[in-house]
Design a protein around this ligand. Structure first.
Ligand code: SF4
Length: 272
């Protein structure tokens, strides 16, 4: 390439095009973020302000990646040894696609140990036995809801086993079973709808596997029944609100407890 000839850079898409794209498809996490705080949604998905991963998110991603590798190996009927799982954890730990994590002094080693201890506890307690072949692992799915005036719902099912949808969570506190049904409802309903539309069958239930970051790590499993009709209708109304909200273009802040973990706090304080 001749260094004196500049190559044209790809133009940034206009805000109106981004907003149109965001109305064509929706995922559970995008919908949940929009309903939690429209301004945060705007910073992340419309302005696309890049931020490094938080330490907690990095631990969760590394744990998630090794559990997916473990489940894929089970699906191939070639289960991983604990050593192979550890190697997979170390390699996903080294992967920092959004740039270096803002660790405090000594924090990274502590968090790395915590992350591996979570995985180790989960695998040793055999919550997903090595010899049991899953129905599906990390499968991208979608369903077109345009006949109901809604976007295409998209998602990735981490694990389906014996007709049950299984999702992983990492947290620093023991989840309250009643509250967790409510706080994860957008995600669990979206997964149930995707499962039904892609298999023609009703799920046998949904399991949330929480890996809790305590001094002695523990695993808490919440088993939820299949999605009810009321939950399905709630999800439809929430998607309608998402579409209407994007069309109105009013991205206002919603201050609350969730702001403590918001990466756009500084930008938000300047908003008017
Ligand atoms: S700080 Fe709170 S109100 Fe502001 S953008 Fe973040 S979540 Fe929204």
């Amino acid at each position: 390439m001749n260094p004196l000839i500049s190559t044209p850079s790809t133009p940034e898409p206009a805000e109106k095009d981004i907003l149109n794209d965001l109305q064509r498809t929706v995922s559970a996490s995008r919908l949940g973020l929009f309903l939690q705080c429209r301004l945060k949604f705007y910073f992340r998905h419309v302005l696309r302000v890049a931020k490094p991963r938080t330490p907690a998110l990095h631990v969760g991603s590394a744990v998630h990646a090794v559990l997916n590798a473990w489940n894929k190996a089970r699906w191939l009927e070639q289960p991983l040894t604990l050593k192979q799982a550890h190697d997979a954890f170390m390699s996903s730990w080294a992967d920092q696609p959004e740039g270096p994590i803002p660790w405090e002094a000594g924090e990274e080693e502590t968090e790395k140990t915590t992350g591996w201890r979570l995985v180790d506890t989960y695998l040793r307690e055999s919550h997903v036995p090595a010899g049991l072949k899953p129905d599906a692992v990390e499968v991208p799915v979608q369903t077109d809801l345009s006949s109901q005036g809604l976007p295409v719902l998209i998602g990735v099912l981490d694990l389906v086993q014996r007709g049950e949808i299984i999702d992983y969570k990492t947290s620093s506190t023991t989840p309250n079973p009643d509250k967790v049904i409510h706080s994860t409802e957008i995600q669990t309903s979206a997964y149930a709808l995707l499962y039904r539309h892609n298999t023609g069958k009703q799920e046998n239930g949904i399991q949330l596997h929480h890996l809790v970051k305590l001094k002695n790590p523990k695993v808490v499993i919440n088993t939820l029944p299949p999605m009810s009709l009321q939950q399905e209708l709630r999800l439809m109304r929430q998607m309608e609100a998402y579409l209407n909200g994007l069309q109105s273009g009013r991205f206002v802040p919603s201050p609350g407890m969730h702001c403590s973990s918001c990466e756009f706090f500084k930008e938000c304080r300047q908003w008017h």
